[in-house]
Design a protein around this ligand. Structure first.
Ligand SMILES: [Zn+2]
Length: 214
């Protein structure tokens, strides 16, 4: 698979120096990079000033032509303005490319961890929307002793379980119960719109459920 290399300005989290690195902006599921993403070794760079090695969160597209999904990762997507700009750029695609693009599930992502989770979910032929709703429902339930704000990360893992890391560093595994997933999917699927690239995360689940209730 041919790489599309671009120069990125990076900042070393250890010494604060800025440097440039060439990174691939067109990543495909057939290449070795898929495994690197799953093993969390993707986009590893070394700072030329202090030798510190870290993973660079940068702008790239991940494409799976078989399952037909595309993940656009951009750390700037934390900012709503950037997300809106991306969505309008999708709207500007000419008709042919639009038809092609719309055969794909397109997702925005803002971190390498999110890209990894989306790949695992889509390769398991699950709906990331139903999974985000499930997570939200779990966090809201009285049986769960962590509050929404105490959770640092909550991810669907490749062993088929949820992994929750609290802000004070506790790691918990939670069984993914397919019956609950099916129930959530059945209840909400009719409201899922698959027409454009979306950021499907905790915030999306919150806004989605708020809208449904009204
Ligand atoms: Zn450094």
């Amino acid at each position: 698979m041919e790489k599309r290399l671009n120069k990125f300005k990076l900042r070393c989290p250890q010494c604060g120096d800025n440097f440039e690195a060439e990174l691939n902006t067109a990543v495909f599921s057939e290449g070795d990079e898929r495994r690197d993403i799953l093993e969390e070794s993707f986009a590893r760079v070394t700072c030329p000033s202090c030798g510190h090695t870290f993973r660079a969160n940068y702008t790239f597209a991940y494409t799976d032509d078989d399952i037909k999904f595309m993940i656009i990762n951009d750390p700037k997507f934390v900012d709503l303005q950037y997300r809106l700009a991306f969505l309008s750029s999708l709207k500007l695609l000419d008709k042919k490319r639009k038809d092609e693009a719309y055969n794909f599930v397109i997702r925005m992502s803002k971190s390498l961890a999110e890209v990894k989770e989306k790949i695992i979910i889509f390769e398991s032929f699950l709906s990331d929307k139903a999974i985000e709703l499930m997570k939200y429902i779990i966090l809201e339930s009285d049986q769960f002793d962590l509050a929404y704000d105490d959770v640092a990360s909550f991810t669907y893992e490749d062993d088929g379980n949820f992994k929750i890391i609290s802000k004070d560093g506790r790691v918990m595994k939670l069984r993914f119960i397919k019956e609950i997933y099916d129930k959530v999917l059945k209840q909400y699927e009719k409201y899922f719109k698959e027409t454009e690239g979306q950021m499907i995360d905790r915030n999306w689940a919150y806004e989605f459920l708020k809208k449904i209730k009204n």
